[in-house]
Design a binder for this molecule. Structure first.
Ligand code: HEC
Length: 474
């Protein structure tokens, strides 16, 4: 679930290539051949789509059940591929593309033209075409190093938080593993980049996604010191308020979301003037979703942290906000019904919304987020019309399209839960379901990151954006 004035996310090599390919290859695959017969071939039209949108997961040593690197590997799956792309179950990207913002830095979804091309190709018998014209194979990172270390040239992390190992049996139900680990620092430090990674190639096969949380001692001294450390920051009061907004007396909840990872996502690099404060005595908790792959595998999750230099306190702090956990009605989902619940978060300072990441469990079916501006204007930012608990996709906005929100904006989420037998994920439509941590309980929030800024920053950034937009129109 990942991360300009927003956070940057390193694109995978596939994504970088994709930007060029979309123009080079998208057009011919979209063309409906004259005379009715399918013109699409694997080599020319399908392989580039698989490179961009599938191979991150569908390759050896990754999480998907089969590799889609070559024609020989792909051919037996042709019918299944057609079914999964037509139903938009693959690749995992569940936004309604007709509503809201569509500019994301990690968009692996297929266009209608690409889906049509795959369907025509399969219907025509999945012809290979001239395999000597295949695009060059992509190079995938080995998984042994942090990607930021290699691909972003950042060198080894300043510290690595290592969690206890976990062994997944060959055959077992999916498991959530929740270990804790200490952060090995002796003075307060500002994180400037973070990356979560399974311990190696084998770990990547079983690790599906992982959320990391920061647990800070709640003593009066610790809080007082935190206030002091944040004092020089833009919108410091808002940052403190956001950090505490989700906490309760429950030890599980005295934590703040720190970073989140899923297959396909590498690390997060914060912009020059942005960071996240961690202090000695803090611990990290991680929740990892492991799934069995027919072979016993042991993994040890690691989080690499790169710090700002010791004497540098960045101007902005990244705040994780669970949008919808506040100001909500208790979740109440009777048997055999579809329910709608809403929750909201009011911005205590102007801010930039970095990402949209719906979080629900088995009964979750759709989820939207709306901005209600102080002048009463409403804007539907995004709507995930096909939510599935199998995937926790973080939709990360392109920096120029990330919502820039004035102080007092209400971010309002709407969550649909389908507790009927029509919901394929539903383990039992006869149950009453309420809020809770197990997957058979429910939740309804967006794991979003907000960068709070000053009022002057807001005015300046708004003017800059308007300037760029009117330039583009000319
Ligand atoms: C983020 C990782 C990821 C991406 C990207 C992805 N897949 Fe998958 N895919 C999976 C996983 C995991 C499964 C197995 C679980 C499931 O069936 O949902 C799967 C299952 C499938 C299946 C069903 C296999 C079967 O057992 O019948 C097909 C077909 C498929 N993917 C095709 C694709 C295609 C085509 C693309 C690209 C257009 C793609 N996938 C992109 C992870 C991914």
């Amino acid at each position: 679930m990942t991360f300009s004035t927003g956070l940057q996310q390193l694109r995978s090599p596939a994504c970088v290539l994709a930007a060029g390919m979309a123009f080079a290859v998208g057009a011919p695959s979209a063309a409906q051949p004259a005379g009715g017969g399918a013109a699409e071939t694997f080599a020319e039209h399908i392989a580039p789509i698989l490179q961009r949108s599938c191979q991150e997961c569908h390759r050896p040593d990754s999480m998907a059940p089969m590799s889609l690197l070559t024609y020989e590997e792909t051919r037996p799956w042709a019918r299944s591929i057609k079914a999964r792309v037509e139903s938009r179950e693959m690749p995992p990207w569940f936004l309604d593309k007709t509503i809201g913002i569509q500019e994301f830095i990690n968009d692996i979804s297929l266009s209608d033209e690409e889906i049509d091309a795959i369907v025509r190709w399969v219907d025509a018998g999945a012809p290979p075409g001239d395999l000597s014209r295949m695009p060059a194979p992509l190079e995938w990172p080995s998984g042994d190093n942090f990607r930021l270390e290699v691909e972003a040239g950042m060198g080894p992390p300043d510290t690595v938080v290592r969690f206890p190992p976990f062994t997944m049996p060959a055959v077992a139900q999916d498991t959530f593993f929740r270990p804790f680990a200490d952060i090995d620092i002796d003075e307060p430090r500002w994180v400037r980049a973070a990356e979560t990674k399974p311990s190696g190639r084998q770990g990547r096969r079983i690790a599906h996604h992982a959320s990391a949380y920061l647990h800070q001692p709640e003593s009066a001294d610790f809080l007082e010191a935190e206030r002091g450390l944040l004092a020089g920051q833009a919108a410091a009061a808002a940052v403190l308020q956001a950090a505490r907004a989700n906490r309760s007396d429950d030890p599980i909840d005295t934590r703040e979301m720190f970073t989140e990872w899923a297959q396909g996502k590498s690390g997060e690099i914060y912009p020059e003037d942005t960071g996240k404060l961690v202090r000695p005595g803090s611990r990290m908790e991680v929740q990892i979703h492991y799934h069995a792959v027919g072979e016993e595998i042991t993994d040890q999750l690691e989080i690499g942290l790169w710090f700002h230099p010791r004497d540098v306190a960045p101007k902005y702090s990244v705040s994780y906000v669970s949008v919808g956990t506040q100001n909500n009605k208790p979740l109440h989902i009777p048997p055999h019904t579809v329910t709608v619940h809403q929750g909201s978060f009011t911005l205590p300072a102007p801010g930039i919304l970095h990402n949209f990441q719906p979080h629900m469990h088995y009964r979750g079916s759709a989820f939207s987020m709306e901005a209600i501006y102080p002048d009463g204007r409403r804007e539907l930012l995004n709507h995930a019309d096909r939510f599935s608990n199998d995937w926790h996709v973080s939709y990360i906005y392109e920096p120029d399209h990330a919502p820039l929100l004035p102080r007092g904006t209400v971010l309002q989420i709407t969550a649909w839960h389908d507790n009927t037998s029509a919901n394929r994920n539903n383990p039992d439509p006869r149950q009453w379901v309420a809020y809770g941590p197990r997957t058979v309980d429910e939740m309804a929030h967006s794991n979003s990151q907000i960068i709070f800024i000053t009022d002057e920053d807001y005015e300046r950034m708004r003017a800059e954006r308007q300037g760029r937009q009117s330039q583009n129109q000319n």
